[in-house]
Design a protein around this ligand. Sequence first.
Ligand code: TRH
Length: 377
Amino acid sequence: MKARWDIFCSVVDNYGDIGVTWRLARQLVAEQGCEVRLWVDDLRAFERMCPQIDVQAAQQWQEGVDVRHWPAEWAGAPSADVVIAAFACQLPPGYMDTMAERERAPLWMNLDYLSAEDWVVGCHRLPSVKYKGVQKYFFFPGFRPGTGGLLREAGLLEQRQAFQQDAVAQRQFLQSLGVFPADGARLFSLFAYENAGLASWLDVLATDGRATHLLVPEGRILGDVQRWLGAEGLTAGDVHRRDALTVQVLPFVRQEQYDHLLWCCDFNAVRGEDSFVRAQWAGRPLLWHIYRQDEDIHLDKLDAFLALYTAALSPAAKAALVALWQAWNTEDDMAQPWKMLLEHWPEVSLHAQTWCLEQGLQADLATALVQFYESWI
Ligand code: TRH
């Protein structure tokens, strides 16, 4: 019999919560043969990356996933065999009671935030709290052996490689978004939180000897882009040129299209969690805007990832990449680190591919979750 899974997603802010859980739910259905209910408290956030969502529906099927609106007033539902609380969200007490009432308790896990920090390996799969005898476990995604790995659909890297070798497919995809880069222009994407350092990066791109076409999906960084351009009310479709730099605003696209966008670009600035991972699967150099946390603890997370990611780079390339990422995450001047990085572009590009292939050798997160369940029953 197929195992039944419940995934609970509370949208705190932005799109990472729903982005990760929607991706996981689809993968559990399509690749692991699971029955999955995805409980989401904010269907409007979901609609941004999955426009066919009916935001009024209490229940609907999307790509084989039983999508449920998670109402403020819990209406009751029997517990599944496996229960995932994403990013430490609190399950409805009524639902937890049904977990405790089952003849056989479900496997209950907290799917944690992604981090490259050392302690993650020691905490992955450890027991956490109990509720009326039902044990909860920590489940950590991660980059190292001994963690739960990263979300990666079967065949993703092969699809990505085929697409990157197909100039016609890339051109058609870009044209479908109204993107027509000039011959020889570098194509970059920019998905980030507000960042006062942006202007210094755009300045240096505009004065570069080589043309850059920068694609900016609608979102929080648009205010900084607008200020730099001296334009008002930027919306999707707008194209502005300043010397060597063309800036184009894109609509927020479906998750699958966003992957294609990343695959087309020579360089991707990404943020949060899910887009950060997708940019790594794109096999191209990237820049991460980490989600800011109190007391700057996110900077430890940033350093931990940088240490791992740059371990195989030459000292000079490593210094350039670290300087760029740190400048971006402290909203500092980007000009000098960017110029330094350009000097090491071939090495950094090759490294992005190698890193992707190495990470692709690990079991993906959905498989790791199913393996944990199978070893637990
Ligand atoms: O939106 P985010 O900033 O989400 C954040 C982080 O996950 C953070 O860790 C978390 O604490 C906070 O949410 C609550 O960035 P992230 O994780 O990259 O999620 C964006 C999602 O949006 C991702 O699934 C990709 C998707 N996306 C599209 O589908 N289309 C688009 O056009 C773009 C730009 C993104």
